[in-house]
Ligand binder design. Structure first.
Ligand SMILES: NC(=O)c1ccc[n+]([C@@H]2O[C@H](COP(=O)([O-])OP(=O)(O)OC[C@H]3O[C@@H](n4cnc5c(N)ncnc54)[C@H](O)[C@@H]3O)[C@@H](O)[C@H]2O)c1
Length: 323
């Protein structure tokens, strides 16, 4: 049975939601985070927190051994696409070397399971509906660091008899119904930007590109609620542990929503006059990417609880109002 779980990056947006779900399910949570983009106030009070960088393998190893960690959820990473293009060395160090060091810390300990957060950014552009065996060809430095980390994990886990589950998240949005946690700061996040705008006096919802070859000219994404993502972590962890199995799984709703549709739902939440401003295309944006999720559904008998755009938008706005 899974008892003691170490979450790297547990003071971040997704990590705080994963902690919440695991604690609700009576797991003991230990968090290591260097607080580079995370926040103390997102750390669950029932979790034990260590302000440690994953690059410090000796310290991480001590934490693993001392607390009898049986499972690791590895979320710590740098993830801003533009920043990765500017500082590739920083991204390779943190995301690739960081993963390597973390794995070294797990060697010959009680760790039996590992869940890793990867991304849709590993897939080749232009494939639209991607399944786990679709062509891998990341455009960004960030995507490249994630696929490298995936490969290292697969090799290491096979050799050391650790079950792994690589989760390729699609576009994550929303905040927990508990109201205690949410996205604090991310400059290029669509839902975050719209939430900030919609509570202003004269909201302007800016979208990039209105002449793509899609139904309404804007980009299409597969948005998934962060609480559904968090629940997936709990379920896959139990499953790989029980079956002694390893998997790579896409995490999305298998549903394409356009950026313009999102803007319109935000607009509906207020009686104020809202401007939807279509500006020019942003370099590097994929036109359309959607997850096939049959593998995930089958593996954990998954039924999403928050797969409704209105629900996601409302949760973002109510979190933003509390800030
Ligand atoms: N948010 C998304 O839409 C999305 C999509 C796909 C994949 N992911 C992946 O999910 C994971 C979590 O992302 P998030 O959105 O919660 O981001 P986040 O920035 O909120 O969380 C990352 C956390 O990791 C910590 N961290 C970074 N480097 C560290 C290091 N060397 N040592 C210790 N802690 C470190 C940060 O302080 C932060 O708390 C990342 O691995 C990311 O690549 C996120």
């Amino acid at each position: 049975m899974i008892k003691n779980i170490l979450i790297t990056g547990g003071a971040g947006y997704i990590g705080s939601h994963v902690s919440e779900v695991l604690i609700k399910n009576k797991k003991k949570i230990f968090i290591t985070d260097n607080l580079s983009t995370g926040y103390r106030r997102l750390i669950n009070k029932k979790a034990k927190f260590f302000k440690v960088d994953i690059l410090k393998s000796k310290k991480i190893r001590e934490i693993i051994i001392k607390n009898k960690i049986d499972s690791v959820i590895h979320l710590a990473a740098n993830l801003i696409i533009g920043e990765g293009e500017k500082y590739p060395k920083k991204y390779f160090k943190n995301n690739v070397l960081g993963t390597k060091n973390l794995l070294e810390s797990c060697k010959n300990t009680g760790v039996k399971n590992l869940v890793f957060s990867s991304t849709a950014a590993v897939y080749k552009d232009g494939q639209y509906k991607v399944h786990e065996n679709s062509v891998i060809k990341p455009k960004s430095v960030y995507g490249k660091t994630k696929i490298k980390a995936e490969k290292i994990i697969k090799k290491f886990c096979k050799r050391n008899k650790i079950n792994y589950c690589i989760l390729r998240y699609f576009n994550i949005a929303g905040s927990s119904p508990s109201g205690k946690i949410g996205l604090i700061n991310k400059s290029d996040h669509l839902f975050k930007n719209f939430s900030r705008e919609i509570i202003k006096k004269r909201p302007i919802l800016k979208i990039y590109g209105g002449n793509y070859e899609t139904k309404d000219g804007s980009c299409i994404r597969d948005f998934i609620h962060v609480s559904d993502i968090a629940e997936i972590h709990y379920k896959v962890l139990e499953k790989i542990n029980n079956l002694n199995n390893s998997k790579i799984l896409n995490c999305g709703y298998n549903k394409g929503i356009s950026v313009l549709e999102v803007a319109k739902v935000f607009k509906k939440q207020t009686s104020k006059k809202v401007e939807i401003l279509v500006s020019k295309r942003r370099k590097g944006d994929l036109v359309k990417i959607i997850a096939t999720n049959n593998k995930l559904k089958k593996f954990i008998k998954w039924k999403p609880k928050f797969n409704n755009l209105n629900t996601i938008v409302k949760s973002c706005i109510s979190w933003e109002k509390r800030q």
